[in-house]
Design a protein around this ligand. Structure first.
Ligand SMILES: C[S@@+](CC[C@H](N)C(=O)[O-])C[C@H]1O[C@@H](n2cnc3c(N)ncnc32)[C@H](O)[C@@H]1O
Length: 222
């Protein structure tokens, strides 16, 4: 898979040979792991309120859209206990093959599931991250009503899954400011507060990080 200027197509770019290729690309691994570490820094951004954590091994983090496991591996390397979920077997089976690389005392579970239909109990996770995957939850949703519905349902469910004061960082690629606003308001409508950071603030679209805290203080308009 050569580096493309356009966003990848779901599911086309993540099945069969393309899934195989994704899992072997050094530049992709480097990018995704770097972005994951950036997301972890953002989880503890002082604007969300400081928390002192010296050892991540007491915390369970959910990796939404873990793919072939680059993001989950970066989280495991930081000592988190990790549950990764992905909707595509072709991607997650490659992550599964990496399970043996990690110590048996660390939790590393992988589940074939959609971000929009997660099989977990309320209050299960301390933190949630999603690296280059959250965009795709609106796949096949044609009308604005459908898009709004799936975004709001998902945000409401993620709020239930998180423990009190839990945090989420989502790295994604909105195409327009309107799209960015739809994603952010789905969280602020559903018991989250936070703000976004754009990699390149002068660009309307492009890499964006949503930094969110369950409940907590209101940061005003995002
Ligand atoms: C660009 S890959 C990112 C994978 C991984 N986070 C990484 O760091 O390499 C996007 C992933 O999102 C997954 N995905 C797309 N829609 C999804 C959904 N509704 N639920 C779960 N995973 C989804 C795709 O199957 C694909 O593996």
């Amino acid at each position: 898979m050569p580096r493309k200027k356009t966003l990848p197509k779901f599911p086309y770019d993540y099945i069969g040979e393309r899934a195989q290729e994704y899992g072997t690309l050094d530049w992709m691994e480097k990018n995704q792991k770097k972005t994951t570490r950036q997301c972890v820094e953002y989880l503890f951004d002082s604007k969300l309120g400081s928390i002192e954590i010296e050892d991540f091994s007491n915390y369970l983090i959910l990796d939404l859209g873990c793919g072939t496991g680059f993001s989950s591996e970066a989280l495991l390397d930081l000592n988190f206990n990790v549950v990764g979920i992905d909707i595509l077997f072709d991607m997650i089976e490659k992550a599964n093959a990496k399970k043996t690389d990690f110590s048996s005392i660390q939790i590393f579970e992988l589940i074939l599931a959609s971000i929009t239909q997660l099989p977990f109990q309320p209050n299960s996770f301390d933190f949630i991250v999603s690296i280059s995957a959250y965009n795709f939850i609106t796949y096949k949703k044609k009308t604005m009503g459908e898009v709004n519905h799936i975004l709001n349902e998902t945000a409401a469910y993620l709020s239930k899954l998180l423990k009190d004061n839990g945090r989420i960082v989502i790295e994604f690629y909105p195409n327009t400011i309107k799209e960015l606003n739809l994603f952010t308001s789905s969280f602020t409508n559903n018991n989250f507060n936070g703000f976004y950071i754009k990699q390149n603030p002068t660009q309307k679209s492009g890499q964006t990080f949503l930094l969110l805290k369950k409940g907590g203080i209101n940061y005003g308009e995002m």
